[in-house]
Write a protein that binds this ligand. Structure first.
Ligand code: SF4
Ligand code: FE
Length: 482
């Protein structure tokens, strides 16, 4: 396993082509827009060595018997799934933000079981290839970016019907030694600080979409692969003083990028699906349920930090004893624990797949993520309510340290007399950072938009079974029943 330092050094060996604000970044690892995300991901490495979290963040490979980082592990049972949720909560409590490594991990787990089932039905050899790749990831402890979301163009059209064929990533050439792919993957969390890009199709597909039904992994610095790093709310502050950033070490949500593939070669041993369109939808569902399982753990720990910051600012302002403030803090806690309950529940109810890997309960996983799309907004609303208008009106750190204006900020932004004004400003900035636009949108659309969860819930809800329960109690016989 790598520790945090080794992870950061390993990234320096990559020769990635990354653009931000119109320029190529020569050294992504140390760029102020990217470094906080690197620091957050690095905790997934470091906490595997911390005696307090070692049991959660590391485990034993079922393939080699070696000690590995849990982010490279295939869930063997419900205990693994439960530990994952607890691990996420612990890492979020430390970082207060996204550490990005989950998406690739979910890709590994989804591909592990799906390649097994595909081989069983179709007589292909994807699972053996995938297991070899997985051993490599476990040995190297590499971070994988899980690349599922295509740009999608006109959402009313299938991949093969798009005016521009690149709007879904596709196979442009089949060769004896591999394939050439082109297209892009959007919103790629942690892509610019990952070692591998694990690509999967983004939706169910028909026979005409066979060239789009493709799964593989390539090194993140492969020829023809490059990235345009996205902007975040207030990201210009990363180039300024650290008081204004709010969470200067770990940043805001996960750094996201558009990953563009221009005629990228994928060798045969890295291809895990190649035209089997009938399996694309199943792979998406498997992956999405794994990813939705996580959110109550990740966002539960994140909410712990935000609740703590809200309690702190209430104390600093002298409002902490007010009954309505206490009630709102309880409400925030209740919402955070509700999403955590959901993540634990879909883990406890996990079932083995034919490959032996354990899958989450998909209905409960969808329910958990749908709750996250709502509860995080409400938790943030309550934090704003308690913290007050200064979240939106605080002057800059430069004004705070200025000889002319600093004393007035010290004087007029003060809360309780014994609390340094700087502490109040720092906590307010942390709340602003955690509740601003980018994290909210992430909680809405990360792991799929709410409508995607509703579609899953409707499909799994067994409405006929529920109706039968009611009819029976009401004494109504089904047609043909005596
Ligand atoms: Fe993991 Fe997603 Fe949470 Fe980031 S937002 S820590 S990738 S579950
Ligand atoms: Fe995400």
């Amino acid at each position: 396993m790598m520790n945090a330092k080794q992870y950061v050094e390993s990234l320096r060996k990559l020769n990635m082509e990354v653009y931000f604000q119109g320029e190529r970044i020569e050294n992504p690892v140390d760029h102020p827009a990217i470094r906080p995300h690197v620091n957050a991901a690095a905790e997934t490495y470091e906490m595997a060595f911390d005696p307090d979290t070692e049991d959660l963040v590391s485990t034993t490979s079922h393939l080699t018997g070696e000690k590995i980082n849990r982010f490279t592990h295939i869930h063997q049972n419900t205990d693994d799934l439960i530990k994952q949720v607890k691990m996420l909560r612990a890492i979020s409590q430390k970082t207060g933000t996204c550490y990005q490594r989950c998406v690739g991990h979910d890709g590994l787990n989804a591909l592990y079981s799906i390649t097994y089932e595909m081989d069983d039905e179709l007589g292909t050899e994807y699972h053996t290839r995938f297991v070899n790749f997985l051993k490599y990831i476990q040995e190297t402890d590499f971070m994988c970016d899980g690349a599922m979301t295509d740009p999608k163009g006109d959402r009313s059209l299938s991949p093969s019907q798009q005016a521009d064929p690149d709007l879904y990533l596709r196979i442009v050439e089949r060769r004896s030694d591999g394939i050439i792919v082109s297209g892009a993957k959007a919103h790629q969390t942690g892509a610019v600080n990952s070692h591998e890009i694990v690509v999967m199709p983004t939706t169910a597909m028909g026979p005409d979409d066979a060239d789009y039904a493709v799964a593989f992994s390539v090194p993140s610095d492969s020829k023809g692969l490059f990235y345009i790093f996205g902007r975040q709310t207030n990201d210009g502050r990363k180039m300024e003083g650290d008081m204004d950033i709010g969470n200067p070490v770990y940043g805001t949500v996960g750094g996201e990028a558009l990953a563009i593939f221009e005629n990228v070669f994928v060798p045969n041993d890295r291809i895990f699906m190649c035209g089997e369109h009938q399996w694309a939808g199943t792979l998406v569902e498997r992956f999405a349920s794994y990813h939705r399982q996580r959110y109550g753990g990740c966002r539960g720990g994140w909410a712990d930090v935000l609740i703590g910051a809200t309690v702190a600012i209430a104390e600093q302002s002298g409002t902490d004893k007010a009954s309505h403030v206490r009630d709102k803090i309880v409400e925030m806690t209740h919402l955070a624990e509700t999403i955590y309950c959901g993540s634990l529940a879909c883990s406890v109810e996990g079932q083995p797949t034919p490959s032996g890997a354990c899958w989450v309960d998909p209905l409960l996983a969808n329910t958990t993520k749908l709750n996250v799309t709502r509860h995080i907004y409400e938790i943030c609303r309550l934090a704003h309510d308690i913290a007050g208008g200064m979240l939106a009106t605080l002057p800059a750190e430069k004004d705070f340290v200025s000889e002319r204006t600093g004393p007035y900020i010290e004087k007029y932004f003060k809360g309780k007399a014994d609390v340094p004004t700087e502490h109040r400003i720092r906590i307010a900035r942390l709340i602003e950072n955690m509740t601003s636009g980018t994290p909210l949108v992430e909680s809405m659309h990360g792991a799929g938009s709410p409508q995607a969860q509703k579609i899953g819930i409707l499909r799994l809800a067994n409405l006929q079974g529920k109706k039968d329960l009611a009819l029976k109690l009401a004494g109504i016989k089904k047609v043909g029943e005596d």
